[in-house]
Design a protein around this ligand. Sequence first.
Ligand SMILES: Cc1ncc(COP(=O)(O)O)c(C=O)c1O
Length: 546
Amino acid sequence: MSIEIALGAALLAAFPRLRRRLQLSRAKHPSLAGHSRMAKRVARLVPGYGYDEQEFFGVDGAPPEVQARRRNGFELLSRHLCESAPATLALTARAREGLSDLQLTGRYRVPFQFSEYVRGKLPVGAFWQSAAGVQLQDLDGNRYYDLTGSYGVNVFGVDFYKACMEEGARLGSALGPVLGGYHPCVAELVERLRAISGLDEVSFHMSGTEAVMQAVRLARYHTGRKHLVRFTGAYHGWWEDVQPGPGNPLPPRETYTLKDMDETTLRVLRTRRDIACVLVNPLQALHPNRNAPGDSTLVDGSRQAGFDRAAYTAWLQRLRQVCSERGIVLILDEVFVGFRLAPGGAQEYFGVQADLVTYGKTLGGGLPVGVVCGRAELMRRFKPERPADLCFARGTFNAHPHVMGSMLAFLRRIETPGIRAIYQDEPRWSGWAERFNQALRDGDLPVRIDALSSIWTVSYTQPSRYHWMLQYYLREQGLALSWVGTGRLIFSLNYSDADLAEVLRRFVGACCRMEADGWWCSPGLTHQAIRRGLLREMLQQRLAWN
Ligand SMILES: Cc1ncc(COP(=O)(O)O)c(C=O)c1O
């Protein structure tokens, strides 16, 4: 052993705080997503600038002939998008100025350097007239296959939710807006949710974000510890503590963002005494340690994904064991994946029992909701031995009669043989993803699909500055994505094989058009060269500012 190593070991043995600090650093993912504080600093340094028309088509140094093809394709695409949906686009333009959310989503569909030019030329309508089956219709009568999935709410198809909402409204109509007391159906809901979650108690909230807030608050209250652990890249709503990086103006406080599926994280959990809970969003199984794959961050195409059910199951089981040993509350945040993967949610699908589970989105049967289920001793909001020490949680609209009614309709319906059969058919989704991949390989197209059941993500097999353009070619083909773009395709489980075959045809068609228009023609380009070029650009912009 060298003298330096021996000295280092002696130092660590003598200073346990230093050792724990080092352990924490080792459990952080090396990417910016793993370093919230640093990511915020870097985000503040990025200068705002945009490409002019010249740069827009040739920022990767493509030859003039390729740039000409791109211009021509872009022009046709622009004409199609503008001319096919005039009423939808007019209303979108009218609402934009006063609708903050629309300004954000419109701006962050694509990498910011391209954003302004794209917004002017490739407008995307934000309004829908109606929905039926697996399709959406805009104000101009155009029909699109719905791959937005309504942020994951739409698991069984819009007609299913319309029926739940109607039934909920009927059930709740005699009470109308009466709050505070409960509609009688709440008793049945509690029984059903206890059975589904395998947990003792239930609380109702108004959104997934609120359910997560309450679960973390309860964990802190009962353990007397402050810190929560979340995994790199995982989304748990927009509350401060679970969103410690860019997007939140405050610096990270009591949140440790650690590596998902990694031994160093277990070591931290085994040794620290300040951790109240571990939050898990099982959607991350599709892209562990990576942020939601939005097209606005698709600057070079190095997005990667891949779902390994056995490995993720084994990880959750190890996490369960360590949390039990250390008295850390394991919270499974099923707001996104709950009721999509199996009737018993992610707990059933991955074979793990959590201490607290959060649900939301689809569980409201089409209406807004958040739910926490948990072990009795964790759900209690008071301590009889210390009556003034409460864990307060309310919310005016929690347990609204209409929401409770549509949730009951949802829970009753998912027990019917038709829905049970849909759940049994889960392997169908990986089969279809493989069919898409085969077609993409056959067409020699640089695109691949990874699937976590009916939640898909698109990755790219070669470097390019223009992968995000695919979302517009998909739109042209009548496939509607959310503002996140090609990183998140969400199918409802009522897609028939005929629907999927049609989506496949259109998807491959969009890729072929994109290929023919030259967007993937950038010979010799590497991810590294793209990143270097971007850094150079940004430095130049900063210098020009100063
Ligand atoms: C896993 C997870 N948790 C929490 C939330 C927040 O839910 P809501 O948007 O209803 O506040 C989301 C939303 O996407 C989510 O995916």
